[in-house]
Design a binder for this molecule. Structure first.
Ligand SMILES: [Zn+2]
Length: 427
């Protein structure tokens, strides 16, 4: 089997692996200014997508340009998330969903500055070439037998098992071994000769999930009791719904705003891809949806309540309306709920107590803390997963310290490697 690493090799973002020059696993973007895409020009017969995050699916519509029509295989939630993300990407580039470029008022954040790698037409073509699969249902893709297994990362996320008749490859993609309220953790450990394993948190040990939740709830209650507002920036996919489940379970009054609301209603159509669909339905009823009409956000920002809103790293979305409203009062609270990438306003806020808001940099008096509701396995989770693959060849990707983790594995008797960008591995 030949594996070509077109992205996500010793980096986080733009995941793309070409198998035997025919089958592409993921085709993502690296969020930066400007965004970056996998290297090389590929023309695969089929594409298998592990999950609906931008760094795994963000560039997939670009594979449908000209007369290229590779079959796209994914789970139903991944198919829906791919469309939501693609439409959002078009919007950021100032292109409306119908394909028209906006005037100067509707140029979007990237409008005019750079070219979107795909058009609304490419997004519409997804429907012509896609095939949806559940977990544990083998299917054929570009001459390979492929099977998805629950990866416990976001709804619809999959480990991808690829068999070319000689070699069985397990591509873990992003995964979590612990249960959350939204999802069951990954438990499948199918036989494999080669494992491509993510390593986002290879250097991290997560705080116990129950104690993270307890701290989150207690601090929110204290703030509300003191008369303050709690703004909870959360990623739209997975994290927003997880936080709504937490609020419902602890009877914390909450509002929900931003793209996470759309993802929530989509997920309710696929109850088999969440851990407890009744709990999710109850959480959806418990949260009050913000429409954003008639100054509603400004009014809510002055209530004693919890507001779960995008974006998770304060780089846009309705959070940018709430933070200016609440920032000057030290009774108020900003509870960040995920990793804050360097260079984002969320990271800046944590490190300096100041935040870039709508072009200016302002001090924030509101209390700020980070709660690690991670959706990835940490160092010990990765090692526990790989314990099932001591006899396999292990290839680390999707991390900032792939080489160091591969070295640790070799020290412990594994056959482990960490290829660089563009490198080809024969196995
Ligand atoms: Zn992911």
């Amino acid at each position: 089997m030949e594996l070509q690493f077109l992205g996500g090799a010793s980096e986080v973002g733009r995941s793309a692996i070409l198998v035997n020059d025919r089958l592409l696993l993921d085709y993502g973007t690296l969020t930066a200014t400007p965004p970056q895409y996998p290297v090389g020009r590929v023309d695969p017969e089929a594409v298998v997508v592990s999950h609906g995050h931008l760094d795994h699916v963000g560039a997939v519509p670009a594979l449908l340009s000209g007369d290229r029509r590779p079959t796209i295989h994914w789970t139903p939630p991944t198919a829906e998330l791919a469309r939501i993300l693609a439409k959002d990407t078009l919007k950021l580039h100032g292109v409306s969903a119908s394909g028209a470029r906006g005037g100067s008022k509707r140029r979007g954040r990237f409008g005019g500055a750079m070219q979107c790698p795909f058009t609304a037409d490419h997004v519409a073509r997804l429907g012509e070439v896609e095939t949806r699969h559940g977990y544990g249902e083998p299917f054929e893709a570009a001459g390979h037998e492929v099977t998805f297994f629950n990866a416990g990362h976001i709804p619809g996320s999959a480990h991808v098992l690829v068999d070319d008749g000689e070699t069985r490859l397990l591509y873990t993609a992003d995964f979590h071994t612990d249960d959350s309220r939204l999802l069951s953790g990954s438990t499948a450990r199918p036989d494999a000769d080669v494992v491509i394993c993510e390593s986002t948190y290879a250097n991290v040990r997560h705080e116990d999930r129950a104690s993270v939740e307890q701290r989150f709830v207690e601090t929110a209650r204290t703030t509300m009791w003191e008369g303050g507002t709690v703004v909870v920036p959360a990623f739209a996919i997975g994290r927003t719904q997880e936080l709504l489940l937490v609020c419902a379970a602890h009877d914390l009054e909450c509002y929900v705003d931003g793209m996470g609301t759309r993802v929530l209603s989509m997920l309710r159509q696929y109850p088999e891809f969440v851990r407890d669909s009744d709990a999710l339905a109850q959480a959806a009823r418990h949260a009050r949806e913000v429409t954003g009409r008639d100054g509603q956000r400004t009014r809510i920002a002055n209530k004693n309540t919890v507001i779960v809103t995008t974006s998770g790293m304060l780089s846009g979305g309705p959070a940018m309306t709430y933070i200016p409203e609440i920032r000057t009062n030290p009774i108020n609270r900003i509870s960040l709920t995920g990793y804050q990438v360097e260079g984002t306003p969320g990271r800046e806020l944590l490190e300096t107590g100041r935040c870039e808001l709508n072009g200016g940099i302002y001090p924030v008096a509101a209390q700020t803390a980070l709660f690690d509701f991670s959706a990835h396995a940490d160092h010990d989770g990765l090692r526990a997963f790989l314990a099932a693959y001591e006899d396999a060849t292990v290839v680390m990707n999707h991390g900032d310290s792939c080489a160091a983790f591969a070295k640790e594995l070799r020290r412990d008797g594994f056959d482990a490697a960490a290829p660089g960008l563009g490198e080809t591995v024969e196995c």
